[in-house]
Design a protein around this ligand. Sequence first.
Ligand code: GTB
Length: 213
Amino acid sequence: MTAVITAFESSPDKGRGLARDMRVRWALEEVGQPYDVRLVSFAEMKQPAHRALQPFGQIPTYEEGDLALFETGAIIFHIAERSAGLLPGDANERARAIMWMFAALNTVEPPVVELEQAGYLAEDKPWLEELQTILEGRARARLSELSNSLGGAEWLEREFSAGDLMMVIVLRRAEGTGLVEEYPNLSAYVARAQARPAYRRAFAAQLAVFTDR
Ligand code: GTB
């Protein structure tokens, strides 16, 4: 049964691969699992039919046979658990790869997204600049800690895993802030992941949604 994911019919990022279907596409490409995509408009995402799949009215969703999932962490964990390529076979190494998935989602992504969102949620507020300085400091602290942890290694653990996939996607969300570039090992880490054939196929597929119309 071919999995079906949902993605923006018209992504605000214009195909830069920043919307969250990109991470699911990438995971599917890494394990070689074919998938179909159902594009949804903003209006459709808020309709009962889509909310039955995703209670918060968001993309992406994942459907496969009787199974319907939302939340990219859960979707990628599900994909990674069932096929080789994203989680190590050794139980302890597997646990650490999963730990990095959570670290990406719970520890690194929130300050990165808060910084990004301040710009438009508070764009007309006189205290915006002050807030941005605070949020930038918080995001920088996390990236600095991540940079120290990665050091000169190629990946977060011995081999590439779903933890790296999630972390790289989160770091890409900081694009345009210049923060990742402050840490050459993080920049190189992102570039290394982006050079993976699976990443390139996923990126091309989501870009085609934008360019093919
Ligand atoms: N925690 C959920 C998950 O990981 O699955 C979050 C899902 C989510 O945030 N989905 C967003 C969405 O559907 C799209 S990806 N938003 C519509 C809504 O909430 O009404 C977030 C996103 C959107 C656009 C850009 N961009 O243009 O750069 C980047 C990221």
